[in-house]
Design a binder for this molecule. Structure first.
Ligand SMILES: C[S@@+](CC[C@H](N)C(=O)[O-])C[C@H]1O[C@@H](n2cnc3c(N)ncnc32)[C@H](O)[C@@H]1O
Length: 250
């Protein structure tokens, strides 16, 4: 059972995501993991996907599931909080012949997803939206077959502790401070968990996972997007804007 305040955060986040969804259509989807991260073509964290049953947490507009289908996955499953995202994903994947199951719901709860069923559970830039990481990881662990992998990317915890003023980069928040808080670049309610990298790692270990790989590499593109305000080139030169973890169910 989730505490009532967390239920409230989930419901206000849902409203905000239903409105914001069109802005994020296909923005962070495999083979892309996130801003300035190496791509899956280079990292090959997923390995051979043919015949694999896969589940995406925070599947958004369905573009990563489409990638999974193109790589030969045998079943595509996804869960997302937003009705708008699920509807968009359903449309995007309508001509896909791979078996498809999509759920609208919060990753903190199991809406009827089978346990010990999946070869791979993954999440591309969504896990930090969990208002209860421990409960979320417990679910993900259950969904996987023994030996299955959980792979996820998210904003690096150092990134939102820095802000940019012109060419000046300022540390404006303590790295030590953790907890649920309003996400800075959003005008509408957007409550997310600010955690340390060690907390992600320790919570994965506590859930029973074995860590296989942590990626903090930064790929600086030759072409610099000078319009970017949140994920800027200047910050990426100093710290990793995003990270990836691959772990397995023992
Ligand atoms: C940055 S987007 C992920 C984008 C996705 N990779 C794609 O290709 O569209 C984050 C997603 O997490 C979803 N989300 C936010 N909170 C959630 C929660 N508690 N449970 C499940 N999904 C959630 C949002 O609705 C949104 O679609």
């Amino acid at each position: 059972m989730l505490e009532s305040i967390k239920e409230e955060y989930i419901s206000s986040n849902k409203k905000s995501w239903d409105e914001a969804a069109p802005r994020f259509f296909g923005r962070t989807a495999l083979p892309i993991y996130g801003p300035f991260l190496p791509k899956e073509n280079e990292l090959k964290l997923f390995g051979d996907l043919s015949g694999k049953k896969v589940l995406e947490i925070g599947c958004g507009s369905g573009h990563s599931l489409k990638y999974m289908s193109s790589q030969g996955a045998s079943e595509l499953w996804g869960i997302d909080l937003s009705d708008t995202q699920i509807e968009t994903a359903r449309n995007l994947l309508s001509d896909c012949t791979t078996k498809l199951n999509l759920f609208q719901g919060a990753m903190e709860k199991n809406p009827g997803i089978p346990v010990e069923y999946f070869d791979i559970v993954y999440s591309i830039y969504a896990i930090g939206w969990s208002v209860d990481l421990r409960m979320t990881l417990r679910n993900l662990y259950d969904y996987l077959k023994p030996g299955g992998s959980f792979i996820f990317s998210w904003e690096h915890p150092l990134h939102n502790r820095l802000s940019q003023n012109g060419n000046q980069i300022i540390i404006n928040k303590s790295y030590h401070e953790e907890g649920l808080q309003q996400c800075e670049p959003w005008d509408s309610p957007a409550i997310m968990n600010q955690l340390k990298l060690s907390t992600y790692i320790n919570e994965l270990i506590q859930a029973g996972f074995q860590i296989e790989r942590v990626v903090e590499d930064v790929v600086i593109q030759e072409e610099i997007n000078s319009d970017a305000v949140w994920y800027t080139h200047q910050k990426a030169v100093l710290i990793p804007p995003a990270f990836i973890i691959k772990c397995t169910k023992k």
